[in-house]
Design a protein around this ligand. Sequence first.
Ligand SMILES: [Cu+2]
Length: 477
Amino acid sequence: MKRRTLLGLAAAMPVATLLSQCASRRQSPSWQRLKSQNGRLDLSLKAQAGPIQLANQQANLLSYNGQVPGPILELRGGDRVRLTLDNQLSAPTNLHYHGLHISPDIDNVFREIPPGEKYRYEFEVPQDHPAITGWYHPHYHLMVADQVFGGLAGPLIIRGELDEIPELQQATEAILVLQDFALDDSGEPLAIHPLAERWGREGDLLLGNGQQNPVIELPQNGLLRLRLINASASRIYQLQLPEHPWYLMATDRGAIAEPRELETLTLSPGERAELLIPGDRPPGNYAIESLPYDRGTGEMMAAFGEQIFQMSGVVQPRQQTIATLRYVTSDRSEPLPLPKQLLPVDPLPSPSRTREFLLDHGLDFEAGVTGFTINGKSFMAGRVNTQVKLGETEDWRIINKASLDHPFHLHTNRFQVVSRNGKPEKNLAWKDTVAIAGYETVTLRVRFDDFVGKTVYHCHILDHEDYGMMGIVEINV
Ligand SMILES: [Cu+2]
């Protein structure tokens, strides 16, 4: 199967209604939420191509169970999961449980589920798994950008100790899955220009939970816990909530020590953030703005001039409202306070060794000429790039030698960022994906806990990953 053919879907769809520019409905009541009961969750996800309702129009995309984003999965430590993935796509696929600390034998990106076949994932969420906002998406190499940009992604929530904090128990929760799409007026996916693909494809249609500018309700004097997931293939979001405070409470892999006020929030593909928003301001509507972000292409585009945008289909960055917070009345007369403490983030022990990973644009003739490399090598299935020992802690210096941003994601284990460009990181947090801008160096610290086997690290601009910016790390006893 050749790459990049997946979105060449069936014949033209009926002409759809024009997109509404105004704030649309609230979080869709039809969004499927699948929650474990008595320690079990049994479910099926059907990956399929075809028409779905998206942002008040019909769109010809890929979906899980006919929904974009896919159903919300909600679990807690100790739960047994049986998930049947039914591949009704025209290409192989699989599932990556982004954020889950489970064996790479299960969360296995090398698994191929051919078209027309089913596969049953069975696993147990570790008893002591931290409470996180994660997500699931396909991770079949060469198809990842196609399938995620096609719409395949859904939230994966793990509950735990964090959820027992009294202020959080009283909070209102919402999820905001950020996705972008490139569709024509009748809802058909636009062809991707090779230049846009190499830089990482983006679409002009920015959606939150499959809606344009969705409304998220904020109870007056209440507290909103908002889970943000960047499920875009390449787009980096820089978000702002002007004239209203918001506080970071958790990063990719769980809580930070205490809520910390933010100005802007930058989220690379794959990253998540949980925010606390107190409803203690004058009632009204507050827009979450997506600001233009240059991920290293701006200078090149400027050199070509304006017409390059028309020619290449590269999306011009612009400011847009991504969602609107709307105050709603509540019976609470006093503001619900923010929790003072969340959960301690214990620093990892000193590393037993330091490795370097050079992200660059170059050629690896052995792997095939793809143009994206880590330590001079592009991804080859079966070629282990890094060997580590179970239980050991290492520092990984990720050095971006290139002008483009390359957000770095490690599977299976979480990490802590210890420094950026030589400056120590002052806010300790659990991460699995970290933004690395052009020419930046980030040092992360990771301990290889609990599981042996082969897993991967890669750039989370998914076109770059498909072009080979991925390596295999083998965890040995
Ligand atoms: Cu990249």
